[in-house]
Ligand binder design. Structure first.
Ligand code: ASP
Ligand code: MG
Length: 481
């Protein structure tokens, strides 16, 4: 097997610690929490004597954040009974999980903590229902309970299994600005706090457990980092501590070479660069939002996506720089149902300032364009969000001829190798033989080739590309028709 560790990536053992971030599905119920404890225990055992124990960052139990947001809205509508009944159901779910993963003193502590968290939340929801107003600040206070409760349970579950664990209130570690529901960390302050609060516990040999997604302003007001923000928390804490690796434990095997709903047997991408991951996410690969791991990647800390149900699978390793084996691409992705807009200058040649005027129109209507190709007299762009397309077209028509073609799609082949190996471009185009390609573009990064084609041709195009680059035997075009 090829060596997946590129040069320059620090060895986990050198820094002696790992951040293990568990998503909502990895704490969904008692069985999931027991699996989690097993994984943390194994990681702690695998480390050498001088290594620091892992730092665990957890999401709320799956679905809980959505429920808490719905509860806040019920309060806003004055539906206090309904809101409280929902909270009691959530409390019961947490009680069931906590009882399923602890016994004796651990259990009484876990249950007391969970109850206390929910009792204060019920008080808050009553107050919100009286005010009939839920500001972003109040919403953060409500949803934070999800991660506070899950992390309490996980800390007790670890202790139950003889793993020395310390729960840390993430709000004293993650110092953020006051942009409620989408706060940004103050890295200097956060790193100081991380060393101050996590450091001593780690030195005592304790696994530290923090809720992801949540933080607080310098004056102590609870904030959240935006939906899906637990990955971000993991990366921030990992970057601050300079850990050797950040593990993102989820319910899939890693990033795939293609969307399994389109290509029947995609493979797991063993390793990819941060830039490749960003390109893929842009085209809808959902495993993780690459910008959330930026703090880690910027510090050259590898991020590994792993499946908590199948820990033996190798997962996907994301590093600052990485390269697939020669002659290979990294993955393919697609964005379906986009509209192509062809804009032709009404003068023979593109007048000076044409492009600026054109893009100003898209900008004015806050519509992003994905692919852009230009010729001497015309520009073609693709748009995904067509809500303001009519107005855009009206405006463009004041200085250009405009035609729209709906039901198109973007198929993108991504790979760092595209830069160095010009034959890959040819192979990709050849594999799409006889599929009408509306636009073909390769951006300056030369990390992807993008095809715009009819949405109906997407399955065929994806399977051919996948066959060409990811399957042993090249796909016979006749067979796939
Ligand atoms: N629980 C939060 C959410 O669902 C954060 C996370 O899970 O990453 O958005
Ligand atoms: Mg979640």
């Amino acid at each position: 097997m090829r060596n997946c560790e590129p040069a320059g990536v620090p060895d986990a053992a050198r820094y002696g610690s790992v951040v293990m971030k568990f998503g909502g599905s990895s704490v969904a119920d008692a069985d999931a929490v027991i699996r989690l404890a097993g994984l943390v225990g194994r990681q702690a055992e695998a480390q050498s004597e001088d290594d620091k124990p892992p730092v665990v960052v957890v999401s709320a139990l799956s679905g809980v954040t959505d429920r808490l947001i719905a509860i806040a809205h019920l309060a806003e509508e004055g539906e206090v009974d309904h809101a409280v009944a929902s909270l009691r159901e959530l409390l019961e779910r947490h009680v069931t999980v906590a009882s399923g993963v602890t016994t004796g003193a651990n259990q009484s502590k876990a249950l007391a903590e969970v109850r206390e968290e929910f009792e204060s939340l019920i008080g808050l929801v009553h107050a919100l229902a009286v005010l009939r107003e839920v500001s972003p600040r109040s919403l953060d206070a409500v949803v934070a309970s999800g991660e506070l409760a899950s992390s309490r349970i996980v800390a007790r579950a670890l202790a139950e299994r003889g793993i020395p664990a310390a729960w840390i209130d993430a709000r004293i570690v993650l110092v953020t600005d006051a942009e409620h529901t989408g706060a940004s960390p103050d890295m200097v302050a956060t790193c100081e706090r991380a060393r101050e609060h996590i450091g001593p516990a780690a030195a005592r040999g304790q696994v530290t457990v923090l809720g992801g997604f949540i933080g607080a302003t310098a004056s102590g007001v609870t904030t959240t980092l935006g939906r899906g923000g637990s990955d971000y928390s993991g990366a921030i804490v990992g970057a601050c501590l300079g850990v050797g690796e950040i593990q993102i434990w989820t319910d899939v095997d890693g990033m795939l070479t293609a969307d399994p709903r389109i290509v029947p047997q995609p493979r797991v991408v063993p390793q990819l660069s941060f830039a490749e991951a960003s390109e893929l996410a842009y085209f809808g690969a959902k495993v993780l939002h690459p910008s959330t791991i930026l703090p880690a990647v910027a510090k050259n800390i590898p991020v590994r996506i792993l499946n908590s149900r199948r820990p033996e699978s190798l997962g996907t390793l994301i590093t600052a720089e990485a390269q697939s084996p020669d002659g290979q691409l990294t993955a393919i992705a697609c964005k379906r149902n986009v509209t192509v807009v062809d804009i032709t200058s009404t003068r023979m040649l593109m007048a000076h300032g044409f492009l600026r005027r054109l893009f100003e129109v898209f900008e004015r209507f806050k519509t992003a364009v994905d692919v852009v190709t230009t010729s001497e007299v015309s520009v073609s762009v693709t748009v995904d969000d067509t809500r303001r397309l009519e107005a855009i077209v009206d405006n463009l028509r004041s200085f250009a001829d405009v035609e729209c073609e709906p039901e198109m799609a973007i198929v993108s082949a991504v790979g760092e190798n595209l830069r160095a190996d010009p034959t890959l471009f040819g192979r990709a185009v050849t594999s799409l033989d006889r599929i009408p390609l509306r636009l073909v573009s390769q951006a300056a990064s030369r990390r992807n080739i993008t095809f715009v084609l009819r949405d109906a041709d997407v399955p065929q195009a994806m399977m051919r590309l996948h066959g060409q680059f990811f399957e042993q035997t090249p796909v016979n075009h006749e067979d796939t028709k």
